[in-house]
Write a protein that binds this ligand. Sequence first.
Ligand SMILES: Cc1cc2nc3c(=O)[nH]c(=O)nc-3n(C[C@H](O)[C@H](O)[C@H](O)COP(=O)(O)OP(=O)(O)OC[C@H]3O[C@@H](n4cnc5c(N)ncnc54)[C@H](O)[C@@H]3O)c2cc1C
Length: 546
Amino acid sequence: MAPRTHIAVLGGGISGLSTAWYLARTAPSSVKITLIEGTKRTGGWLHSDRVADPHHPNGKGSILLERGPRSLRPQGVSGLNTLEMVRELGLDSKIEPVSKTSPAAKNRYIYSHKTLHKLPSSIMGALTHPLLAAKIPRAGLDLVKRGSGQDDESIQDFVTRRFGKGFSDDLISAMVHGIYAGDVSKLSVRSTFGILYHMEKDYGSIVLGMLMGGGAVETPWDLTLKEKIVKEMPNLQEFVDKTSIYSFTDGLEELSRSLEKNLVKGGRVDIQKDSVVEKLDANLDSRDVRISIKGQEAVHANTVISALPPLKLQKLLSKQYSELTYNPSVTVAVVNLVYSAEQARLASPGFGYLIPRSENSAVNHRGLLGVVFDSCAIPEQDKGESQGKTLKLTAMIGGHMFNEALSQLASGSGSGASTLELSGSHKEDVNEFFAKTAMDAVKKHLKIDATPELVKVHIHQECIPQYLVGHLQRMQTLDQSLRKDFDGLLSVTGAGYLGVSVNDCIKNAREVAEAVVSKLEEEDDGEAQLVGRQEAITGLERSWFL
Ligand SMILES: Cc1cc2nc3c(=O)[nH]c(=O)nc-3n(C[C@H](O)[C@H](O)[C@H](O)COP(=O)(O)OP(=O)(O)OC[C@H]3O[C@@H](n4cnc5c(N)ncnc54)[C@H](O)[C@@H]3O)c2cc1C
């Protein structure tokens, strides 16, 4: 009898967990599936803490704090796909939606010229907006300007070419701070705002593209998936239409916890935690990959789907792939601040504010990217006596300005070093520095003088990959190299490749899992076997469509 086919998934973040979940749902029962995670917990950057409320030491209240991602958008095919997963995991009753009519949905701010400006929500609002009005005549050029003819360029170059300089410095750089904590002058427009790139290509103008409702970047696979979900779950659309964003009662980590629980209960997936993968050796002749694990016996699989960050994957391979190491990932300090609502109040309720590059520099604001008004968006996550009685804010600091921000502390500390280490004896100094940066910002920008009752600082090293100019072309090259060198023995998925949002991670995991399963062939004895040497799957196929 032929040996049982074994698929191993590396990395237990949302990408790896989702890959394992989709494999378990689609692969024949004879296929063995293993998920290998290096730490003691799954979820990766999804990390929600329920903590005691310092204002209610009687234990009658608790507060939910997010260390990483905090909300999901229901829109688009990736939004629908996550909602389908949420429903199938039975998490519907835990959803905490932010209605499109709530202040958190309608009021998003930019801190510019020493004031909070509400972002426009209509064309008319944009035309009369103090940050934009003066730039509108120049922006009219968009209607007549030709495309650059280039395959890719930085977001800044693209936006400046079409609308003039002020747009990328103010509005767009602030948005890029909110999503990528990145630098508009370095990130690829095609990989981060593909919709703009395609509007220019298809309509010759962004304004025209918007008016014509164009630019959606959906592959044939996306369209089929959307059709299938809409047909099977027609009532999801109602939720999408009225919801701006959502999370869960116990935070976004509820999604990864529920996935793990479901995988364990289903019995299809063997989850190995605390197992750091150190090396991969692929043998194309025997169609076997030896997965070396630190301090443990090696695991053998017939196909490996890596859901590790690209740099981590490169460390496991003997051959160098420059496409895996080209993009850096930025480090972000996340500071949760909890105030008593009796002492601290938001004058302008909303989702939060972002700081554009024109306003910001590490010198100006010590690298502050923005502040989220958590308790305004989803107060239901705080329980008991804490609900409605706390003001909960989260400051995001650093990103592409992390080292610059930290060097201020280093120069002030007399250490002489350009930056301080993030561990050891300096850790406390560093945490204190970021806590103070966050509190000073809240004082200055939101005019809140109260002292927070709780402050938590988390420094996430290399947490958001930066898709630099030329990213998609590099992914296409990697697609060809992996196909040639591994012939289907190794596929990749995860935030480092084709989308950083949780929704993108889940949808891309589904695509690779289903594609790998589609290559399984029923043998005469009923066992499923991986078919080699024909149309090997790499997980990067969609890079040719974007
Ligand atoms: C501060 C912050 C805020 C964010 N906010 C949002 C948001 O609001 N909404 C949104 O949609 N997205 C948000 N994102 C983005 C999103 O959270 C991430 O892109 C996504 O969680 C990445 O998931 P992943 O599984 O691809 O990678 P990871 O979460 O990095 O998972 C990789 C896993 O691999 C494991 N691993 C690494 N090396 C090895 C090894 N050698 N052997 C075994 N295991 C290994 C790691 O321990 C980890 O568990 C945010 C991200 C951050 C950091």
